[in-house]
Structure formats: structure tokens, C-alpha cells
Design a protein around this ligand. Structure first.
Ligand SMILES: [Mn+2]
Length: 318
């Protein structure tokens, strides 16, 4: 879908809302805010609905667009970076009242829930997809560039993940030409951590367990840890990334409690095991090398169930 097509379509509607997924990440925030700013250039107002936005993204014009509700019922919904309606959390309910739903996403597990589905599993990020929609760069400015760059940067882990393509670097090159301090942005996005996040990492790493001859690495944080250290979801984000750096590890699995006996699971794979497939076993999804799911079970049961599936996958592949 080209931006001009989206603009023509959007002009027929009054209340446009842009939705991102639960626990908004850099790509979700960059793509929603970036597209909202682009639409604004064509005099199309929109509201970005996001919940629990970490203040990490305060360098983007959050307050201008983001709300936790719509004043009037939405008649056009644009969902960004969400593979299925469930990923939209409470905002998923809006899909029923939206007259038209546009689904823009890069997850291969996308369920094509929109009236228009613009899904590209090859794209590095939804933010890169938004960038690729632009034909007329006269509407581009430094703030839009910063938002889309943030999304690309986040989902490629700073151009390190295998989803980084020549097109990704070309997009990034064009974006930094609008002139912003990308070095500072990278530092803010990846390096700066609150002390409690540093402590949370230490705690999780200390509990490292391995399975299948040190090929599967498991770490976890439970409800008690959250209370003791005042940890939030955003404090745990890079844990699984560091786990995947351990030499010889094929699959890194990080469990973090979201309720008593309910855990979110983050998977990372070196590539031998398709962790999207594993996550789908537990009602989740994502990408081949990075995915997520959740499980309702006591911790030890949850670890046993998940490592069993991963072990089987690993056995089949090796
Ligand atoms: Mn994404």
C-alpha cells in the first residue's frame, strides 16, 4: 500500500485511530507516531491509542497524538505492528466498531484480520514498511524521520539482527539525512537503563539453567522479584537478548511473571529452531528467531512444558 492510497482512503473517514500492540515497543511507537505525523501533513487528524507507554520514547511527540481512548467512535482503524487482534489488548474491541480496518504488520504469524492487509514478513519492522509507503518525500521532516528510525533501530537491534536488509540500511541512510543526533538516539534506546533494570538482569542471570547439553538457556523473574525491586516489563526487555549471546546456546528462553502462576515467555533462537513455531504451541507468535507467548502454570511446570517442546524441536533438527 502506498501512502497516497492510504491518504485517499483516510479522507473518507472522520475518526481515524492508529492502534499499536500491548506493551508498546520501539517499532510499535515509531510506526504509529510516524504514520500519525505523515497523515497530519495531509490534514488528516488521527489519534494513536497506546497503553503503558514507557517514558523511554519521550523524544517523540507522544502527547500530540497518544491517548488511552477515543472521544468519538473510530470509523477507520489502522493497526500497526500487531499480528492479531488479541495483541491489541483492550483496544482490540474497537475493531468491531471500526467501519474499516487496515492491518499493517511484518509478523509472519499475522492472521490477516483487516479489511486491507498490508503484511510483509520480510520487512525488518513495521516502521520500515511505513517508510516504504512514502512516495513523495516533500512531506518528510526530521520528527517523522526520527520516529521511523526509532522503529527500525529497535526491531533490528541496532541493525544487528538478520532481518536487516540492504533496504533497511538504505531507509536508515535516508532517514538520518534529515539531521538528528542518531548516536544519542541509539544510546538512549539501547544503553541507558534504570538501576532496577540492572538489578533485575543480575537476578535473572544468576538463575540461569541449561538443558540439552547447554544448548537451551532458561532464566526467569517471578512476582516476588517485581515487588522487591519495583521492576516493570520495560526493565526486563534486554534480558533475553543477553541470554542469546551466550556461546553455544541455540535457544534462549526467558520467563517473567505477569500474575501469580502466569508467565510471559520470550524466545530467541540462533536459527536452528523456529521459535515462532514453538511460541505458537503456547498461543503466541512472532518471528523465526524471536518470538513470545504466555503460559498459565506454576513456574516449574511452565519451564518443563516449554523446554520439552524446544528440546523436541532441537532433537529433530540436529
Ligand atoms: Mn515490529
Amino acid at each position: 500500500m502506498k501512502l497516497s492510497t492510504l491518504v485517499d482512503l483516510a479522507k473518507e473517514y472522520q475518526n481515524i485511530c492508529l492502534l499499536g500492540h500491548i506493551h508498546p515497543d520501539g517499532d510499535c511507537v515509531g510506526a504509529t507516531i510516524g504514520l500519525a505525523m505523515l497523515l497530519e501533513k495531509y490534514d488528516i487528524p488521527s489519534t494513536v491509542l497506546l497503553k503503558d507507554l514507557p517514558d523511554q520514547y519521550d523524544f517523540l511527540p507522544i502527547s500530540r497524538f497518544v491517548s488511552d481512548h477515543m472521544d468519538e467512535p473510530a470509523d477507520l482503524i489502522i493497526s500497526l505492528d500487531a499480528s492479531d487482534p488479541e495483541r491489541l489488548g483492550i483496544f482490540g474491541q474497537l475493531l468491531a466498531q471500526g467501519k474499516k480496518v487496515i492491518n499493517i504488520d511484518h509478523h509472519m504469524s499475522n492472521t490477516m484480520f483487516g479489511d486491507y492487509n498490508y503484511v510483509d514478513a520480510e520487512a525488518s519492522s513495521t516502521s520500515e514498511m511505513v517508510f516504504q509507503m512514502i512516495e513523495d518525500f516533500s512531506v518528510m521532516d526530521v520528527d517523522i524521520a526520527k520516529a521511523l528510525y526509532t522503529g527500525i533501530l529497535f526491531d533490528t537491534g541496532g541493525f544487528k539482527h538478520s532481518n536487516t536488509k540492504p533496504s533497511t540500511h538504505l531507509a536508515a541512510a535516508k532517514l538520518i539525512s534529515y539531521g538528528f543526533d542518531f548516536s544519542e538516539l541509539i544510546h538512549k534506546l539501547f544503553d541507558v537503563k534504570p538501576l532496577k533494570a540492572f538489578k533485575a538482569q543480575g537476578l535473572a542471570f544468576e538463575r540461569a539453567r541449561t538443558y540439552m547439553n547447554d544448548q537451551i538457556l532458561v532464566c526467569f523473574l517471578n512476582m516476588e522479584d517485581y515487588q522487591t525491586f519495583g521492576i516493570e516489563k520495560s526493565d526486563t526487555e534486554s534480558i533475553v537478548h543477553y541470554m542469546n549471546n551466550v556461546e553455544g546456546i541455540e535457544v534462549a528462553i526467558f520467563f517473567y511473571a505477569i500474575d501469580e502462576d502466569t508467565y510471559k515467555i520470550s524466545f530467541r533462537s540462533k536459527g536452528t529452531v523456529d521459535v515462532c513455531k514453538v511460541a505458537m504451541n503456547f498461543g503466541g507468535g512472532g518471528h523465526q528467531k524471536a518470538s513470545g507467548a504466555s503460559i498459565k502454570a506454576p513456574l516449574e511446570e511452565a519451564i518443563l512444558a516449554v523446554t520439552k517442546v524446544v528440546s523436541l524441536e532441537l532433537e529433530q533438527k540436529t
